[in-house]
Ligand binder design. Structure first.
Ligand SMILES: [Zn+2]
Length: 284
């Protein structure tokens, strides 16, 4: 199996890491132990936001239950179909997912085509769940907002599906001609839930901002929307709330308890970008 193109996360090192059974090690001697379930934690203290970095255990588990129930099945299928068109028979795609959570999307992709897959997430809990479900892909605890622990120019496809975005780092790790596939919630995403618990369906256009943020390093090669509707019972609505909203979740959760069932729209805007042949962002 082609090894994942991991790079050392020790400050100012960034040398490639080599997998030697129980550790990942760089040529300068920095070593990272492989955890019991097979993942590796490359998070450095300076890249940690708080002692308990990443999503809470409740949010991680709620999102995993929603994935298992097929809450984003149409979105996942659409991503898989689009990526299949990038594959060549010659070699498997190297795919890095930013904010992979418990790894549902990457696992689904790997079931449909051979990939060298790396899932990055700040949550140790999420990465542990991902690694327990899959031993063939590489799961890494890392902060996708900082320097990615990935060798420059080594990746065919970076995924950011309703997750963290890092244009400069995506540009650095992609091979020439590599792609970046991103999804953001469409204006009517979860509109029924927002109307029910927030009292108004606040709409905002996120995709325009996304494209503008990537304009200096990437060109848009494709854009589309996915939309699916799911009837959710009270426990799934609670999960959706826990997975979606930070902050005033407690008061929102109280309002969900008044709902028995609600059909909820899941809608995403997808944008496929390709690195500019010249004028790529040059970082380090
Ligand atoms: Zn190193």
């Amino acid at each position: 199996m082609t090894p994942a193109p991991l790079a050392c996360s020790v400050r100012d090192c960034a040398a490639p890491l080599v997998h030697t059974g129980t550790t990942w090690r760089c040529a300068r001697g920095h070593a990272f132990d492989v955890a019991r379930h097979g993942y590796v934690n490359l998070l450095q203290p300076q890249d940690r936001k708080s002692a308990d970095a990443g999503d809470s255990r409740d949010a991680v588990d709620a999102r995993a239950r929603l994935d298992a129930a097929g809450m984003s099945a149409t979105l996942v299928d659409s991503v898989a179909t689009r990526i299949a068109s990038l594959s060549s028979a010659a070699s498997p795609l190297t795919v890095v997912e930013l904010g992979c959570g418990t790894g549902h999307l990457l696992r689904t992709l790997a079931q449909q085509q051979p990939i060298v897959g790396v899932g990055l997430d700040l949550s140790t809990r999420a990465i542990e769940v991902a690694a327990r479900s899959d031993r063939d892909l590489q799961w890494v605890v890392a902060n996708a907002d900082r320097r990615l622990p990935i060798v420059g120019g080594s990746v065919d496809l970076v995924l950011s599906i309703n997750a963290r975005r890092n244009p400069a780092e995506a540009s650095r790790v992609l091979r020439p001609g590599g792609h970046l596939l991103m999804a953001v919630p469409a204006e009517d995403d979860l509109i029924e839930l927002r109307e029910a618990v927030l009292g108004a369906g606040v709409e905002r256009d996120r995709v325009t901002t996304l494209i503008a943020d990537h304009a200096s390093g990437f060109i848009v090669v494709d854009r589309w929307t996915t939309r699916e509707q799911h009837p959710l019972d009270r426990s799934m609505l609670s999960d959706l709330l826990a997975a979606t909203y930070r902050g005033n979740r407690r008061s929102l959760a109280h309002r969900v308890q008044t709902l028995d069932q609600l059909t909820v729209t899941r809608a995403s805007e997808l944008v496929m970008l390709r690195g500019r042949e010249s004028g790529n962002l040059v970082i380090g």
